[in-house]
Ligand binder design. Structure first.
Ligand code: PBG
Length: 329
């Protein structure tokens, strides 16, 4: 036998020398949920370790994350039903929950990159990411709402805005609105290739943001989020978002779509992000709670797999745990 691949696996030293992919804390983005009541904290049962946090607690959590080497957080607001309406009006309120949270974070931790989600669903009474008319989610009427939301977030101090709605043309609408308002330095992380996925369940429970179907409200997001069967269509989205001025391109969810991450990586020179979504995190936690797998090892293996597939940036609810594990290595 001339070739023995095991020679390159024989010791920690040789394994370190031939390792093809690395994972470091600097690649990770920590998603956080914010709610009213400065000191409040409401655990999210399907996402152990995560809670909806009042602004003071949010700042404390972000400070701890930053001290561990995490460079960025992604914020999601949980609004009371009374604050929701069909046109997501609260999303542009300068005194709205998200805007206050961004200001508090940038004041307390100026070096932390703050990423905000641009989509109507946390603010809309029907739970959709766009305006609903006559039983349909209407694309073009949604664009000015998204653009105004992005500008409100930039004005509060967001470094990067992240449209996650999957309306056509929204990257361009957001880019033009940001530039016109004087925010040409604010970046856009496009949720470019976002699938209509069952893996968002715990997130929607955390924000109570799932669609609320009735006769005039569609039951799901399949007319705007992508069909999980498609990958050529992902490359079409990549081409459009590049042309419309996106700075980063995201694929979401993560592990079931690593082939898509690889294809997007090959198709663009832009940074590629992948979102290890709430359901993926919940699966690891649930199995570990039953003693069925080792959470720490399964988490690091999952995150490394994103890197191997070609992701530069990984959004993960396990960012703090991963940062601790990586610093202990
Ligand atoms: C909403 C949004 C969703 C997520 C991020 N932004 C849910 C959805 O599209 O319904 C999901 C994140 C996760 O599951 O971790 N625009």
């Amino acid at each position: 036998m001339l070739a023995r691949p095991r020679r390159n696996r024989a010791s920690p030293a040789v394994r370190a020398l031939v390792r093809e992919t690395t994972l470091s804390t600097s690649h990770l983005v920590l998603p956080l949920f914010v709610q009213d009541g400065e000191q409040s904290e409401t655990p999210i049962p399907s996402m152990p370790g995560h809670a909806r946090l009042g602004i003071e607690r949010l700042v404390a959590r972000a400070r701890a994350a930053h001290a561990l080497g995490i460079q960025a957080v992604a914020l999601f607001p949980a609004l009371a039903d009374a604050a929701k309406d069909p046109r997501a009006t609260q999303s542009v309120n300068p005194e709205g929950l998200l805007q206050r949270a961004v200001r508090a974070l940038k004041r307390a931790i100026p070096g932390l990159l703050v990423i905000t989600d641009v989509a109507m669903d946390p603010y809309s009474s029907h739970g959709h990411d766009g305006v609903v008319h006559g039983g349909r989610v209407v694309n073009d009427d949604t664009l000015p709402i998204l653009a105004a939301m992005a500008v409100a977030q930039a004005r509060a101090g967001a470094d990067v805005v992240a449209p996650s709605d999957m309306m056509d043309g929204r990257i361009r609408a957001v880019r033009e609105a940001l530039d016109a308002a004087g925010f040409s330095d604010v970046g856009i992380c496009s949720y470019c290739v976002k699938y209509a996925s069952a893996f968002y369940g715990p997130f929607r429970a955390a924000l109570d943001s799932a669609p609320r179907p009735d006769a005039d409200i569609p039951a799901d997001k399949t007319t705007y989020q992508m069909d999980p069967a498609n990958i050529r269509e992902a490359l079409r989205e990549v081409a459009l978002d590049e042309a419309e001025g996106a700075d980063w391109l995201m694929v979401k969810p993560g592990l079931p779509y690593l082939d898509v991450v690889g294809a997007v990586r090959a198709a663009t020179t832009l940074p590629v992000a992948a979102y290890h979504v709430s359901g993926e995190y919940a699966m690891l936690k649930a199995a570990a709670e039953r003693g069925w797998l080792d959470f720490d090892r399964a988490l690091l293996e999952s995150l490394l797999s994103f890197r191997r597939a070609g992701a530069d940036i990984i959004f993960t609810y396990g960012a703090i745990e991963a940062a601790r594990l990586l610093s202990a290595k």
